[in-house]
Ligand binder design. Structure first.
Ligand SMILES: Cc1ncc(COP(=O)(O)O)c(C=O)c1O
Length: 383
């Protein structure tokens, strides 16, 4: 398409836009079951639209928004993660948060051939981090229950190790690694531990309070030096809203560069992106203030119950079986003729994928019991 010489009326633009976007699946369509994002909460949507012009790449212009990020959102996230004072940012997503953690570990380690030890279940964002930062990824094996094998992690520690990664809510199965054991290991060897709780960060604290038996995963454990926690996943915030929290300021300092020319004055900037949406931060702030711990507990309660109900139904479905018992609100299962089953479910409009050798259902806040039952009916017919 050519860059138009003359513009067209707004209504026509909107009509054309609708033609394209009507092909998208929306979170309110009742069909998306395989995403870690969801329909943002209505308050967050309102705040996001209202403050779309705030740029945290130039915080001197927006000191109110900066204060909310630094002093309130990061503090509230730190508190949720059992840290009195944390240092970090709301960033573009879990990918950027993970890259920032690896960058901080690499810069502080100052070794010639840096290596990062991470579980085979780690998100592909670490592949990007490794490539961009010149850090070799050393993959640790998994146990039969898909948690990382801590003994294998230990065996892979070398003088080049800049950090260890543990996952609190793996992308495929929602598995939480034995973070307490990884933390002990990290302390014993004096290596920082990063916890990727991009998904689990807004699930585990609430699920534990509800009585689910899950390991500790946060700053309560002294070896944990940084945590990725994404509000745009189970936090119900609009995209983009990832989160990175460091235990100490030195990590943030280690990745800060001088931004000398800004209208609001010189600053040190630690994020990968320069210009970045203040609206995201304000939406996260508004949501946390509005929902509170109890509000998120209700959201997680519903999601966890629904995932348990679904897991039980899969056990009763001939030709389908669970990959493992769910730990969080993610249930993954295999079927006979998986490829054909996937294709037919997709042709019935379901937003799922089976590229890892199983189908993963993520019980996000937009997933209802009615949707779940409708999906089960289709799944049984297709099998
Ligand atoms: C465990 C984990 N970490 C990191 C990410 C990357 O997050 P984003 O897509 O927001 O960059 C994901 C995304 O699914 C994830 O599941």
């Amino acid at each position: 398409m050519k860059f138009p010489r003359k513009g067209i009326p707004q209504e026509e633009v909107m009509r054309e836009l609708e033609k394209y976007t009507s092909k998208d699946l929306s979170f309110s369509s009742g069909k998306i079951l395989g995403s870690m994002c969801t329909l943002p909460h209505e308050l967050a949507r309102e705040v996001f639209c209202l403050y779309m012009d705030r740029n945290l790449g130039d915080p001197g212009l927006h000191p109110g928004t900066k204060k909310i990020e630094e002093e309130e959102v990061i503090e509230m996230l730190s508190d949720l993660l059992h840290l009195e004072r944390g240092y970090g940012h709301v960033v573009s997503g879990g990918t950027e948060a993970n890259i920032l953690a690896v960058r901080a570990f690499r810069n502080l380690a100052d070794v010639e051939n840096p290596e990062l030890i991470l579980p085979r279940s780690a998100h592909f964002s670490f592949i990007k981090a490794g490539e961009m930062l010149g850090v070799k990824l050393v993959w640790a094996d998994l146990n039969p229950d898909y948690t990382v094998d801590v003994k294998d992690v230990e065996a892979k520690i070398s003088e080049n190790t800049i950090g260890i990664v543990g996952i609190a809510g793996t992308t495929g199965l929602g598995v939480v690694d034995d973070i307490p054991a990884l933390s002990d290991l990290a302390r014993e060897y004096g290596i920082p531990l990063h916890v990727d709780a991009a998904f689990g960060g807004f699930v585990i604290p609430f699920a534990k309070e509800l009585g689910y038996d899950l390991p500790d995963f946060d700053f309560k454990l002294k070896g944990v030096q940084s945590i990725t926690i994404d509000p745009h996943k189970m936090g119900m915030a609009p995209i983009p809203a990832g989160g990175i929290v460091f235990r100490r300021k030195k990590y943030l300092r280690a990745i800060s560069v001088l931004a000398p020319y800004l209208a609001g004055g010189r600053i040190l900037q630690a994020t990968i992106t320069g210009t970045r949406p203040g609206a995201s931060v304000l939406a996260v702030w508004a949501l946390i203030k509005h929902l509170g711990f109890e509000g998120y507990m209700k959201i997680v309660d519903r999601a966890m119950r629904l995932s348990r109900l679904f897991a039980e139904e899969i056990k009763k479905t001939p030709g389908a079986w669970l990959v493992r018992e769910p730990m969080l609100n993610i249930v993954s299962f295999k079927t006979r003729n998986l490829r054909r089953v996937e294709k037919e479910l997709k042709s019935r409009g379901w937003g799922i994928s089976a590229h890892r050798g199983y189908i993963r259902i993520v019980f996000m806040p937009h997933v209802t019991e009615a949707m779940t039952r409708e999906f089960l009916k289709d799944l049984r017919e297709v099998i």
